[in-house]
Write a protein that binds this ligand. Structure first.
Ligand SMILES: [Zn+2]
Length: 303
């Protein structure tokens, strides 16, 4: 961030909170995944127990690398509870058909039942099947995904070879920041003739889309940023800003996966090496706390 921005007005919270509670209750009653907001003194283990899942399932479901570092107010998505059933094989059944019916995979059933050859099922055979929950399917990392319209904006500009040497990550400093607010601040208050100082902004779901990648005008025009305290560095550093204050909280799961995907795409386009993807703090000539002490760039890029 450039400097602390004025805090937005806080909305009266009662009605939305009540609505959210009702929705959560409905969601659970219907057997769907729920959200849990961490309260004081709660551990991931205690929350896991409450919802009948494991702490490690919770951690992996929420991209938490260190289960001991969860924070009061942090939102946790609860995976649907897994249910075990016993299925008796009927004539004509195939393992893949059974797997499909139970919303799981052939290999999961084969593993759980010690089946080495999936073709050798016999009628009457009992299979233990775990369906739903994060244990049902092999947990593979979600592929980096950028919507097609955003991707085309990222890919459109022609890039001169060797144009960019660094990718620098910032936070906006306030959870309520909007694109319009940041644009206004940079153009009118900071008097930057090219407006928004970053090439990209990744929203957090408050006044910006959660995980949405906003492609700035500076990227479209391939012009220098205004995000670090050095003209020479601004000339060769792509600026990405995540909305939020990561001294107080961690980026959302969608922000993390969008950042990872965006960095991968930009590196492929510009040839910036992994070690030159840096935080503002680590590259700035002057001391800065940006992007906050709860922001762990390497754990995001390596997740
Ligand atoms: Zn910054």
């Amino acid at each position: 961030m450039l400097t602390q921005l004025a805090k937005g007005k806080r909305m009266a919270a009662c009605a939305p909170v009540l609505a959210a509670l009702v929705l959560m209750w409905l969601g659970q009653a219907l057997g769907q995944a729920a959200t849990h907001v961490i309260r004081k003194g709660e551990t991931l283990g205690a929350i896991a127990k409450k919802y009948g899942v494991t702490a490690s399932a919770l951690a992996s479901h929420n991209g938490i690398s260190n289960p001991n570092r969860v924070k009061v107010g942090q939102k946790i998505n609860i995976p649907a509870k897994s249910v075990s059933v016993t299925y008796t094989v009927r004539a004509g059944d195939t393992l893949s058909g059974i797997a499909k019916k139970h919303n799981t995979t052939t290999s999961t059933i084969a593993r759980a039942n010690g089946i080495s050859d999936p073709r050798k099922l016999r009628p009457g055979q009992k299979l233990k099947i775990t369906k739903g929950g994060s244990g049902s399917k092999p947990t593979k990392p979600k592929p980096a995904y950028i919507p097609a319209d955003t991707l085309s904006k990222i890919n459109r500009p022609r890039i001169r070879r060797g144009r960019w040497k660094h990718i620098v990550i910032h936070h906006s400093g306030d959870n309520t920041n909007s694109i319009q607010g940041m644009e206004h601040y940079h153009r009118r208050v900071r008097r930057m003739e090219n407006g928004l100082a970053y090439h990209f902004v990744i929203g957090n779901g408050v006044n910006t889309g959660d995980g949405k990648i906003y492609v700035g005008d500076r990227w479209r025009r391939q012009i220098r940023g205004g995000h670090v305290a050095s003209t020479a560095l601004n000339e060769i550093a792509i600026g990405i800003c995540l909305v939020g204050n990561f001294d107080k909280r961690v980026p959302t799961a969608k922000q993390r996966s969008s950042l990872k995907a965006l960095v991968a795409r930009l590196r492929a386009r510009t040839g910036v090496p992994y070690k030159e993807v840096r935080t503002h703090r680590h590259i700035n000539p002057k001391p800065t706390a940006c992007p906050g002490r709860r922001f762990n760039l390497r754990s995001i890029l390596n997740s």
